[in-house]
Ligand binder design. Structure first.
Ligand code: AMP
Ligand code: GLY
Length: 411
């Protein structure tokens, strides 16, 4: 039994903790997750305190969930203190931390992606935008919790949003630089890989649903649900994703002195003219990882250590279809009310991951944003879907909403 410290306390980190716990390890977590508190130790400490906390508690492995600490360089700080830590270095994490950097790398290494220009000068950006076709995509350079992408259907809207980002700090400093890129159409899929420098181990693919409401209406969110397998993405598509996107980018990072160790998430789109890269993330997707961690039969502890050491790994998967549906607080992603009590959780017989809950006087309450991920599996996606929506029906809380069409594209 090892001592594993998980950084982060959302649904993804709950799933990571649950996987390590099932493998027999002792769980520590930074931040409070009421469900993880049932089987592990949750502590409220800030990023700077993590290295000394890990040392004092003889932690064997630190596993970082979210992008922010990775982009801030937490892995480098842990490794400086000889603490085993899973995730990319600060330099490698730029692939997610800066859209300008990742687009520049894709251009330089001929990795298929949407055509784009980047700007740090508002006037130049506005002039360029005036000559583009709609729909057009604006992306804040820095981290914006999955909300920094605007798809505008009119140039007026695009100009308004550009001004909000660059002049009115809509995404704080993340919007000081922007990428303006071509709108792509097609089937999106998440190809996550364990990466140990130039060695790439692809996971099974999943699809997330980014928009808030059914039929892809509403604003972009952190993701409203995920499922696997996908009907419209073939083995060949995945092969192209690995050969034309993932392998070239990790080779490039290594050759440029920023070798990648950890999880590389390629957000890909199958377009009429081939597979294109939408984005890179440098950590497990949320909510994709929750379902993939339920599906993963191999030891995550062995995988993480082998990635760090450059040893080969083997991935074994349960053959079922898996689905996870997010229940979010009404008003998400723009604002959300906290505090409403959630009842009926004890009646649910499939896994639930806590994304944004809090325990108050013994009751689980909404703590904002994405709140719960209810998961299920089945021999077919149809079976898994029926199960998950049936389980959701047992949860009572007027202040939660969810999409009813997760997985519909692959039925
Ligand atoms: P990102 O944060 O880059 O993943 O963008 C969030 C979401 O916006 C993606 O998952 C896509 O659904 C959408 N998106 C981003 N870039 C484009 C693009 N060039 N064309 C169409 N949709 C896009
Ligand atoms: N589900 C999308 C993400 O994790 O970025």
């Amino acid at each position: 039994m090892a001592k594993v410290l998980i950084v982060g306390n959302g649904g993804r980190e709950h799933a990571i903790a649950y996987k390590f716990y099932k493998e027999g390890h002792e769980i520590f977590m930074t931040g409070i997750n009421p469900a993880v508190e049932e089987f592990g130790t949750c502590v409220t400490i800030n990023e700077d305190q993590i290295p000394s906390y890990a040392k004092e508690n003889n932690i064997d492995l630190v596993f970082v969930g979210p992008e922010v600490p990775l982009v801030n360089g937490l892995i480098d700080k842990l490794q400086e203190k000889d603490i085993r830590a899973f995730g990319p270095s600060k330099k490698a994490a730029q692939l997610e931390g800066s859209k300008v950097f990742s687009k520049m790398m894709m251009k330089k290494y001929d990795i298929p992606t949407a055509k784009y220009e980047s700007f740090s000068d508002y006037k130049k950006a506005s002039e360029y935008l005036a000559e583009q076709q709609v729909p057009i995509v604006l992306k804040a350079d820095g981290l914006a919790a999955g909300k920094g992408v605007i798809i505008a259907n009119t140039l007026e809207k695009a100009q308004y949003e550009l001004k909000e980002m660059m002049c009115n700090s809509k995404f704080n400093s993340a919007g000081a630089k922007v990428v303006i890129e071509e709108f792509l159409q097609g089937e999106e899929f998440s190809l996550m890989c364990f990466v140990s420098n130039k060695k790439v181990y692809p996971m099974e693919i999943a699809q997330d649903h980014k928009r808030a409401f059914d039929n892809d209406q509403g604003l972009n969110t952190g993701g409203m649900g995920a499922y696997t397998p996908l009907k419209k993405i073939t083995v060949d598509d995945i092969k192209v994703g690995i050969e034309k996107v993932v392998q070239p980018i990790v080779n490039a990072m290594s050759d440029e002195g920023m070798p990648f160790y950890g999880i590389l998430y390629a957000g890909l789109m199958k377009c009429k003219n081939g597979i294109k890269t939408i984005e890179f993330n440098v950590r497990f997707g949320d909510p994709e990882s929750e379902i993939l961690l339920l599906k993963l039969e191999s030891s995550l502890y062995d995988i993480a250590n082998n990635v760090i050491d450059g040893e080969d790994i083997e991935l074994k998967w349960n053959s079922d279809a898996f689905i996870g549906v997010v229940m979010a607080a009404k008003g998400y992603p723009e604002h959300s009310e906290k505090g409403a009590i959630i009842k009926g959780l004890d009646k649910v017989s499939t896994p639930i991951f806590h994304m944004g809950t809090k325990k108050v006087s013994g009751e689980i309450v909404i703590n904002g944003g994405r709140v719960l991920l209810v998961c299920a599996n089945g021999k077919t996606l149809q079976e898994a879907r029926e199960k998950v929506y049936n389980e959701i029906g047992k949860i009572e809380c007027e202040e939660l909403f969810f999409r009813r069409d997760i997985g519909h594209l692959s039925l």
